[in-house]
Write a protein that binds this ligand. Structure first.
Ligand SMILES: C[S@@+](CC[C@H](N)C(=O)[O-])C[C@H]1O[C@@H](n2cnc3c(N)ncnc32)[C@H](O)[C@@H]1O
Length: 297
């Protein structure tokens, strides 16, 4: 299944790509946003597309190979946006008019990676965006101190049953290694109330989210990446960030405010932009998306 780009029209309206401008997609994924931007910056505008997952970059590299118009204009980099400044320097990329971050996973991670991102599948508890990372979700669940697990559930999942869940994990891992997603889902099912969060979200959502954030050190990396992006934008260039939960959105909001205070940014979205009901109907994944945009001044 292909990934449906979230808030595409809004991102394009705000970034306003024009002929021959240069852009960076810090989380290129399956290229939903990047390919649209590349069309608008023809004939000579270039785009660096970064993604931490080698397999995801491989998919968009195939699209590039088949399209003559992309050959010299789409530069793909399999790396973390935490290395943004280095990547830009290495590619001698200048006059950057816009940078996009679309945080989180793409459909490939949930549906085809086999890495345990989805609580709906039975897969190894891995959750790494890149296998170069040594830490897996199974390592956390089986070997981290229970207090630390409770802390990440609270902090990264805003899970109000963090204490209860961590105790259940403590008991379960005494009996056997917890290596698969469904083992974890079973523990949660036994532990959490039947009408968890009034059934607004699946009972495993927050636990899976907190493990993914911890495994990939996502919040720290988001902060590093966004701060570097602001530094490398040309004056008048824009940064757009799509986040999918309140912790990410809070980080973006704070960085933008901090940089606006010292006169480096002008915030263009006083409140974050959410998808319209039509988009949510057509793509449930967009439900929690929030877009914030700012301009380098
Ligand atoms: C929501 S998807 C992007 C989808 C893309 N905008 C599209 O419409 O096709 C997020 C992507 O970010 C990648 N990613 C996660 N952490 C990253 C990091 N630290 N550096 C670069 N890419 C990362 C994931 O592998 C994933 O492919």
């Amino acid at each position: 299944m292909t990934h449906v780009p979230v808030l595409l029209k809004e991102v394009i309206d705000y970034l306003s790509p024009q002929a021959n401008e240069n852009f960076i997609d810090a989380t290129v994924g399956e290229g939903g946003h990047a390919l649209t931007i590349l069309k608008l910056i023809e004939p000579d505008g270039k785009l660096i597309g970064i993604d931490l997952s080698k397999e995801v970059i491989g998919r968009i590299a195939k699209i590039k190979d088949k399209n003559e118009k992309l050959k010299n204009r789409l530069i793909l980099v399999n790396d973390s946006y935490a290395n943004l400044e280095k990547i830009v320097r290495k590619n001698d990329f200048k006059s950057i008019h816009g940078i996009l971050f679309d945080l989180g996973m793409c459909s490939w991670h949930l549906e085809a990676s086999g890495r345990g991102f989805s609580y709906l599948r039975d897969e190894p508890l891995d959750m790494r965006f890149s296998p170069k990372n040594d830490l897996t979700a199974a390592e956390i669940i089986n070997f981290w101190d229970i207090e630390k697990i409770e802390e990440i559930l609270k902090e990264f999942g805003e899970e109000k049953y963090a204490h209860r869940i961590s105790l259940a994990i403590k008991e379960a891992r005494k009996k056997e290694r917890i290596v698969g997603t469904q083992q974890l889902v079973d523990i949660l099912k036994r532990t959490l109330p039947k009408n968890y969060d009034k059934k607004r979200i699946h009972f495993a959502t927050r636990t899976f989210q907190s493990l993914r954030i911890a495994v990939n050190d996502e919040l720290q990396i988001i902060e590093d990446g966004i701060k570097q992006a602001i530094q490398i934008l040309e004056i008048g260039g824009r940064i757009a960030v799509i986040s999918f939960h309140s912790l990410e959105d809070r980080i973006v909001k704070h960085i933008f405010r901090e940089k606006a205070k010292v006169g480096e940014l002008k915030i263009l979205t006083k409140r974050p932009i959410s998808p319209c009901p039509e988009e949510i109907k057509n793509n449930v994944r967009s439900r929690s998306a929030k877009l914030r945009v700012a301009e380098r001044i």
